[in-house]
Design a protein around this ligand. Structure first.
Ligand SMILES: Nc1ncnc2c1ncn2[C@@H]1O[C@H](COP(=O)(O)OP(=O)(O)OP(=O)(O)O)[C@@H](O)[C@H]1O
Length: 281
């Protein structure tokens, strides 16, 4: 955990970007090099409604998310970003196609198995924080393990809390915390269970630029320091520029991809998508 930006510093997208081949991060480097797919969608179709009112939100999506990578999903409004993330995270069921988290095929799971998979292997950070207002920050962070009847790993919990700058806020309730602090609590809650993958649906959408920078620095550090795999949906090119890779959706399909993105290169691609929508075949 040396040589990385403090949690409070807004990340410089260029210097914050990965690779970070530190001797202490051998596991992370091995994961990134091997490009093991932690999550995978194959021929994914999602329809809402039926007949004349049917909306095809996902139209044959094929995408993989490699271990130890930070990916941003972007695209025009209504292109299917949230639908894709919700199907990948087991929050919504696809109409057809396959979603795998590691070796587990989500479409083969019943409701109880899906609930257990979401609890044990997936972390989620929402735009609206989704903290329980009557619980303290610490109780919110340990809630998933409490519900599962498990003891949180105290050493890991302490490390996450320290790294996220929350040590002196643990006894506060969400209403006593700023938006940025609340989102850091939500990040801690997601990270403390060591999920296979952490999904963020517009995780900086409700934050000012300083708090947004803090949360992005945390997600970046989670990848670089903890070897976490992170996927976010965002409309903000500066947020997406903190990722290793940007995947672009249009009209329910993956239409482009950028590696080592900058805010400018992302803006260029987005302009292209908004000016010439992809025609359905
Ligand atoms: N519950 C639903 N019922 C019917 N249609 C839906 C539902 N949810 C989403 N859709 C439609 O599916 C399409 C994809 O929606 P989705 O929310 O995934 O897009 P998005 O790219 O996340 O949009 P935004 O950037 O505006 O949040 C849109 O046409 C939307 O209107």
């Amino acid at each position: 955990m040396t040589g990385l930006p403090p949690a409070a510093a807004a990340p410089d997208p260029d210097s914050a970007r990965p690779a970070v081949a530190q001797a202490t991060d051998l596991v992370v480097v091995a994961q990134a090099t091997d490009l093991v797919a932690v999550a995978q969608a194959t021929d994914l179709i999602k329809d809402y409604g039926s007949g004349d009112t049917r909306v095809r939100a996902l139209d044959g999506v094929n995408v993989e998310f490699a271990a130890g990578e930070f990916t941003a999903i972007m695209g025009p409004s209504g292109s299917g970003k949230s639908t894709l993330m919700h199907c990948l995270a087991g929050l919504d069921a696809a109409s057809s196609g396959s979603v795998r988290i590691g070796d587990t095929e989500l479409t083969a799971l019943n409701d109880d198995q899906l609930t257990a998979l979401r609890r044990d292997r997936i972390g989620f950070v929402f735009q609206s924080f989704n903290l329980v207002p009557t619980l303290t920050a610490l109780e919110n962070i340990t809630l998933p393990s409490d519900i599962a009847g498990r003891q949180a790993d105290r050493a890991w919990l302490d490390q996450v809390v320290q790294r996220l700058g929350l040590a002196d806020r643990l006894n506060h309730r969400p209403g006593e915390l700023s938006g940025g602090q609340q989102q850091r609590v939500a990040c801690a809650r997601a990270l403390v269970g060591r999920p296979a993958i952490l999904f963020g649906d517009e995780p900086t959408g409700n934050l000012d630029s300083r708090s947004s920078g803090e949360v992005l620095a945390i997600l970046r550090a989670a990848v670089d320091e903890f070897g976490q795999t992170v996927v976010i949906v965002t409309h903000d090119p500066r947020a997406a520029a903190c990722a290793d890779r940007v995947v672009f959706l249009a009209d329910g399909r993956i239409v482009d991809e950028l590696r080592n993105p900058t805010a400018d290169s992302i803006l260029d691609r987005m302009r292209g998508l908004e000016e010439s929508p992809v025609a359905r075949s």
